[in-house]
Design a protein around this ligand. Structure first.
Ligand code: HEC
Length: 112
């Protein structure tokens, strides 16, 4: 019984976290292409998943709109390095790029 209650609380928590995620659309990909040639919907979605998985183990997820293009370009490489060092995230350069492109597209590019 106790286990069952724990599981349902966990399910509600996961559901809330997931519902905060904004779905990436083809319009977002078109926007992303103004900045990154060759970017795909799959890459942006991968970036979103990796961001959610690896970027809230030390602090809360930050809103993509909370930084500008230069801010993300500055923070993401150093944060990926921290995630790899302290949390054994194992993120490679391609994954770092996907996270960066996701954040810039859904934040500063959408705002401008
Ligand atoms: C190992 C722990 C750790 C992980 C994992 C981590 N961060 Fe951080 N992050 C920190 C700490 C500590 C700070 C504050 C000190 C600093 O700026 O270096 C910070 C600060 C930041 C800031 C600056 C925010 C501000 O208030 O100025 C951003 C943006 C950020 N993190 C994004 C990310 C992203 C994106 C990822 C995933 C790639 C990530 N973090 C993963 C520890 C982490």
């Amino acid at each position: 019984m106790k286990k069952w209650i724990f599981l349902s609380i966990a399910a509600v928590a996961v559901g809330c976290a997931a519902s905060k995620q904004v779905a990436i659309t083809e319009a977002d990909v078109t926007l992303a292409k103004t900045e990154f040639s060759g970017v795909t919907l799959a890459e942006l979605q991968t970036g979103q998943v990796l961001y959610t998985e690896h970027c809230q183990s030390c602090h809360a997820l930050k809103d993509p709109a909370s930084e500008g293009v230069r801010g993300w370009k500055h923070h993401v490489p150093e944060m990926v390095e921290m995630a790899n060092k302290d949390k054994a995230a194992g993120l490679d350069k391609k994954e770092e790029q996907a996270i960066l492109r996701y954040l810039i597209t859904m934040g500063p590019l959408k705002k401008s």
